[in-house]
Design a protein around this ligand. Structure first.
Ligand code: NAD
Length: 265
């Protein structure tokens, strides 16, 4: 009897995250990469596009996952694409692990409704260190009346602020309702105080060539401040979290938001 493996399909396989996921799945003896989908690279050989040693070809849509018998789909694409792909997964009883950012509360409500026959894990950040950063920020929030978030990403990121920054602010706002007023009376430059996140917490987005994904949570109170910083230096930082989610999604009915729920944080 051969070892039981989980058959995995990857949406957005030609992308930066998608190809890293393909490599990680290929390297894990408990998983089998059976289908790759990327409509903008359809027909291309995965090996030539990504360097991943595998003879799959990029397919147009989820049909390829059904043909290959994938039980789990991973989606790192764009929000509009993910909405379509996830509906396909729900309709076809395929579990989904979603890293795509830019999905809002309405999207999550809808996913919770449609995933009845299979399960879905959505995490704006699969790096364990980032998940801990959010937890630490949430713990610190009640002790600091002022806080700001600075998120820094590579110069090709299309959405701002990052999903991680939004979720960090939401969790801090959930942990404390006691935030100081912004004293700024004169805005010399529009946007100088950043965007206003959940709880009124300002969020500042930096886009810089050479960066990957970084975030600082600054918390201040009388006579002291606390800075919590996380850096992803490489896309491989997300892979342990993605692999944990692929293996756990089958056991988590409905929608799970955030890797912390799976890690028990
Ligand atoms: P990318 O532009 O390099 O890759 C996206 C890929 O998706 C492209 O190859 C594109 O052709 C493909 N695509 C577009 N629409 C598609 C569809 N409908 N079906 C299948 N494929 C489709 O982007 P990236 O840097 O790989 O990031 C992808 C997403 O992952 C972004 O939303 C980013 O914010 C997010 N991200 C999440 C995490 C996390 O930990 N959750 C970490 C890094 C990036």
């Amino acid at each position: 009897m051969g070892r039981m493996t989980i058959k995995v399909g990857v949406f957005g396989a030609a992308g930066r995250m998608g190809r890293t996921v393909c490599e990680a799945v290929r390297a894990d003896p408990d998983l089998e990469l059976v289908a790759v989908v990327d409509p903008y690279h359809q027909g291309l050989d995965l090996r030539s596009v990504t360097g991943v040693d595998c003879d799959l070809h990029m397919a147009l849509d989820g049909g390829a996952l059904a043909d290959a018998g994938a039980t789990v789909a991973v989606d790192f694409t764009v929000a509009a694409g993910a909405r379509e792909n996830l509906h396909w997964c729900a309709d076809n009883s395929v579990h989904a692990v979603v890293g795509t950012t830019g999905l809002d509360e309405d999207d999550l409500d809808e996913l919770a409704e449609v995933f009845t026959k299979s399960n879905c894990v959505v995490a704006p950040n699969f790096a364990v260190g980032a998940v801990l950063m959010m937890r630490f920020a949430e713990l610190a929030a009640p002790w600091f009346p002022t806080a700001e978030i600075i998120e820094l990403h590579h110069d090709e990121k299309v959405d701002a602020p990052s999903g991680t920054a939004m979720l960090t602010a939401a969790r801090m706002a959930g942990a404390s309702g006691d935030w100081g007023e912004d004293p700024t009376a004169e805005h010399v430059l529009d946007g100088a105080r950043g965007g206003t996140g959940p709880g009124g917490i300002p969020i500042h987005s930096v886009r810089l060539r050479g960066l990957i994904a970084h975030q600082e949570v600054l918390l201040g109170t009388t006579g002291q401040s606390l800075t919590i910083r996380h850096d992803s230096f490489d896309r491989s930082s997300y892979m342990p979290g993605v692999l944990i989610a692929i293996k756990a999604v089958g056991e988590r009915p409905g929608l799970t938001v955030g890797l912390d729920a799976i890690l028990g944080l």
